[in-house]
Ligand binder design. Structure first.
Ligand code: SF4
Length: 173
């Protein structure tokens, strides 16, 4: 996979728009961490470790992306992966961006979904009986974040020509 020849120059308006999908994700994470911490710091630790794992997965995806190392839509998904990618994959010439992208995508699918399943499982198990509306609200934040990301972040991403999500976006736009 090669970077697009013409990449988007992020404007202030783009960056402001990126806060829209970021907001429900931040609310979900903050609420989940707060509630999990009330019961067990170990659960919070595992949740945060999964988040770090997600960033390692995304860092592989970032290898061939023209935005890595600078501002990109991933920051509004709370990723530090664009910078981690620069550290982990310094010698870009010796890495196949396509293979790195595919491996990172599989890794992300597993660990990304796993981290949300982990949080939701424990939120439901610990709090469904006492505060079901709070649990449902947090899940709703996460569900709202996903389409917002898809419709706001995907159209101008540097991987528009290769990323599966961007391809889906092109079909339905
Ligand atoms: S746009 Fe995506 S692939 Fe590109 S640097 Fe940002 S997080 Fe990585």
């Amino acid at each position: 996979m090669s970077p697009r020849k013409c990449i988007h120059q992020w404007t202030k308006q783009d960056r402001a728009l990126h806060l829209i999908p970021a907001t429900p994700l931040i609310l979900f994470n903050a609420g989940a961490i707060y509630l999990l911490a009330k019961e067990s710091l170990l659960l919070v630790g595992v949740f945060l470790l999964l988040w770090v794992g997600v960033n390692f997965a995304v860092a592989g995806i970032c290898v061939g992306c023209p935005y890595r190392g600078g501002y990109c839509p991933g920051l509004s998904q709370l990723y530090f992966a664009p910078f981690l990618s620069l550290v982990l994959y310094r010698d870009q010439e010796s890495i196949s961006p396509k293979r790195s992208f595919n491996n990172g995508l599989i890794f992300l699918g597993v660990i990304g979904i796993g981290s949300y399943v982990f949080a939701i499982y424990w939120l439901v198990r610990l709090y469904w009986q006492s505060v079901p509306l709070v649990v449902l609200t947090l899940i709703a934040f996460l569900l709202v974040h996903m389409p917002l990301s898809f419709f706001i972040l995907c159209p101008k991403c540097g991987y528009n020509d290769t990323c599966p999500m961007s391809k889906v976006h092109k079909v339905i736009e």
